[in-house]
Design a protein around this ligand. Structure first.
Ligand code: EPZ
Length: 419
């Protein structure tokens, strides 16, 4: 288990420019979508993160061939050899369930391990399953595996009980090859969902209402190949924006998409941080005083749950009390105990965390528990006086490409050390 060591005098001012990588949460469904056709899918601006390697291992097991050259990926599932996503892979990465819809639509059968819980909650897939059932699939659960079967999926009118990113993605992909029209209501509107739909249309899918809460999909007999650019990772970008605000520095983000971050930018400006936006660049300049504010996470375009842990670190440096309400996941405060070790003053009660600032942070050894929690610990280490060691950095590697190189390029004293 590798570790990351950060040394800081507490008054670090990050300065410089950082290139934002492609989005992990956009590339994973795009890779799964390649199962829908026997032709070639070409993806560019692919982030070289652990989750990409995990899903490529899964795709290989299903019979898809792929070639990865730097940040370009070519995939081809000429035939589906096996229809099983193993527990080992699903446990390693919940997003493995995104092969369920495409596999079922392409080959009429899919066997996927039921994902267990994880650090941020139980994360069931009942909404995925009920959507596929409405499309005519029969689902059975045995020995921890879901077996889905359907000779040919039939279009249906489906309303998601609650917004689900993965559920919307799975059902849209399946509906593209169903017979007849599917109407999906209460769809997730995250940019990653929108980008997947644009890829499916390039492949010959017929989808109206992309990016809206109601989408209409008219099924086609088969889909073809396409090439597609992966959108910038808005959560990586948000993480660097917080780093600039927190360190009272000035960072230029290039290859970012400001339009995907409007709520986060609005909240940063509210905290006294200067944020300038120009086409695919964002400049963040930290203010001397960080103002407290209450934050509630909600589905896009609301404040993203994936930015909650990072923003909490900023609020530990605000002059006053802030209340963070996490509405998406029931247990997404695992970073709090670790931040307390660094000297933060945070109290959790139910879905709310009260953060009192400003508290000077001091370096300590801490434990990462999930991807965004580990990012928040790195951020805290940048402004904690002394040495901070973040353990279990494989969580970080799941979703951030070369984060320590990028931070070192901005002036941080950060390096990876063997356990
Ligand atoms: C996606 O997860 C993202 N992952 C998550 O990012 C992100 O936090 C989440 O969306 C919310 O925005 C990927 O895109 C690969 P959901 P997903 O289905 O699709 C409940 C990161 O750090 N739910 O939108 O799994 C669920 O338990 C990761 O990059 C059901 O109840 O999230 C949660 O409370 C973390 N039944 C809520 O809905 C279901 O069938 C939202 O989940 C499905 C979900």
């Amino acid at each position: 288990m590798e570790r990351i060591r950060i040394r800081s005098g507490g008054e670090l001012r990050l300065k410089g420019r950082v290139k934002i990588s492609g989005s992990k949460n956009a590339v994973l469904p795009a890779i799964a979508a390649s199962l829908l056709t026997r032709e070639k899918i070409k993806l560019h601006n692919v982030p070289l993160v652990k989750d990409v390697h995990t899903i490529l291992t899964l795709m290989n097991g299903l019979g898809a061939e792929y070639g990865l050259r730097r940040n370009s990926l070519t995939l081809q599932a000429e035939k589906i050899l096996s229809a099983e996503a193993s527990y080992e892979l699903v446990r390693a990465m919940r997003a493995s369930i995104l092969v369920l819809g495409p596999m079922l639509a392409r080959s009429g059968k899919a066997v996927v391990a039921l994902p267990g819980g994880c650090a941020i909650g139980t994360r069931p897939i009942d909404l995925h399953m009920s959507g596929l059932q409405k499309l005519g699939a029969s689902l059975t659960l045995e020995h921890g595996y879901i077996t889905a079967a359907a000779t040919r999926l039939q279009g249906a009118d489906i309303t998601f009980e609650k917004k689900t990113v993965g559920g919307t993605e799975n059902i849209v992909m399946a509906a593209c090859l169903a017979r007849g029209e599917t109407v999906l209501r209460n769809c997730a509107r995250e940019p990653e969902v929108e980008s997947l739909c644009r890829l499916l249309v390039k492949m010959g899918g017929r989808i109206d209402g992309i990016g809206e809460e109601v989408m209409r999909i008219r099924g086609v007999e088969e889909l073809g190949g396409a090439s597609h650019d992966i959108i910038p990772d808005r959560i990586e970008a948000g993480t660097f924006l917080v780093a600039g605000a927190l360190s009272r520095g000035r960072i230029d983000l290039v290859d970012a998409e400001p339009g995907h971050l409007s709520t986060v930018i609005e909240r940063l400006r509210f905290s006294g941080t200067r944020v300038e936006v120009k086409s695919n660049r964002i400049r963040v300049t930290g203010g001397d005083h960080i103002l407290p504010q209450d934050i509630t996470t909600s589905p896009y375009p609301g404040f993203p749950t994936d930015m909650q842990a990072q923003f909490m670190v900023l609020l530990t440096q605000a002059g006053g009390a802030s209340i963070i309400t996490e509405t998406i996941f029931e247990r997404r405060f695992s970073h709090v105990n670790e931040l307390l070790r660094l000297g933060a003053n945070i109290e959790v009660s139910g879905d709310k965390a009260t953060v009192r600032g400003r508290t000077p942070l001091s370096g300590a050894e801490v434990m990462a528990t999930d991807l965004r929690a580990s990012a928040s610990l790195v951020l805290a280490g940048l402004v904690a006086s002394g040495e901070t060691i973040v353990n279990d950095v494989e969580h970080l590697d799941r979703g951030y490409e070369n984060i320590e190189e990028k931070l070192r390029g901005l002036g941080a004293d950060i390096e990876r050390i063997p356990a």
